[in-house]
Design a protein around this ligand. Sequence first.
Ligand code: NAD
Length: 324
Amino acid sequence: MTETLNNLTVLGAGVLGGQIAWHSAFKGKQVVVYDLYDDSLERCKMAHQQYAVIYLAELGATQAMISETHARLTYSSQLADAVARADLVIEAVPEIPETKTSVYQQMASLLPAHTLVATNSSTLLPAQFASATGRPEKYCALHFANMIWSMNLAEVMAHADTADDTLRAITRFAIEIGMVPIPIQKEQNGYVLNTWLVPLLNATQSLITNGVSTPEYIDRTYLIANRGCTLGPCGIMDIIGMKTCYDVMTYWGNENQDEQLLANAAYIKQHFIVQGKLGLQTGEGYYRYPDPAYQAQDFLAVPGLDAVEDLVRLVRPHPLAAAS
Ligand code: NAD
């Protein structure tokens, strides 16, 4: 029987690292959250308070379960301490290859011999980093989706040298924390989920960058065409976070010499990142939170005839468009 991985260290206390850490602790794992920056750790602690509210309200958690979850979590900016007892390290640092490589290299000599390592990268391949970990056979991808408590899938992707025992233990870990494991049969940038999602978000951002339509009308179109969905692509970008959207567009824009993608990244930087609007986590991205427009009762309603003039004014170049 594969051994249970009880001690988890999460590298990167951002949007996804914070969620993976909280959810794993809620499911009984001992978790250390590591980040290079103390202010990121402080933001992560605040996010954990917010997740507690969600788990109490939506997941049937009791106050005792929430207290136990907090008790299983520790936060550290010292890498050696953070990984000293880890059975599993999940890396969730920015989607910037140099950053990931440098963290793996720093960590390699600090890890106990038995420790497994998994990347939560959205679009990069484990093969890119396997040698930097110093333990390629104990390394693979374990990719979670944002809002881990309701989007409970975990994509498991190996590289050529990942050992079967590593995949067994990681898959078991995913099940123990309530995920549906999605086996990926060959290395693929974006797994299953992001092979769909990233092109959708890129196409959406191109519509905005090029002034073809507005965020709300794009989301309206999506939500009417996909009745029953609760989020359109601009709402999804807010939840992912503008920094990660920017990192992904910048990396792939450079990699593929894709001018549109680089223009999309520049748009996100100019209109959001430099203004501190990082999406849901800072209360504003394409929408303002806690009550984003797309959650209004009438968001998908047929407008009254008094809206005709306003709608006609929108059949013109969008004032926020980079090209205008
Ligand atoms: P984020 O920008 O919210 O968080 C990254 C964290 O890493 C920050 O707290 C930052 O301080 C920290 N960091 C930066 N450099 C570091 C270093 N050298 N050492 C340690 N910590 C460092 O990013 P995120 O959205 O949480 O994404 C993290 C990873 O997870 C990326 O690979 C991303 O592609 C992936 N991912 C993101 C989502 C999403 O919806 N946001 C979903 C699935 C996977």
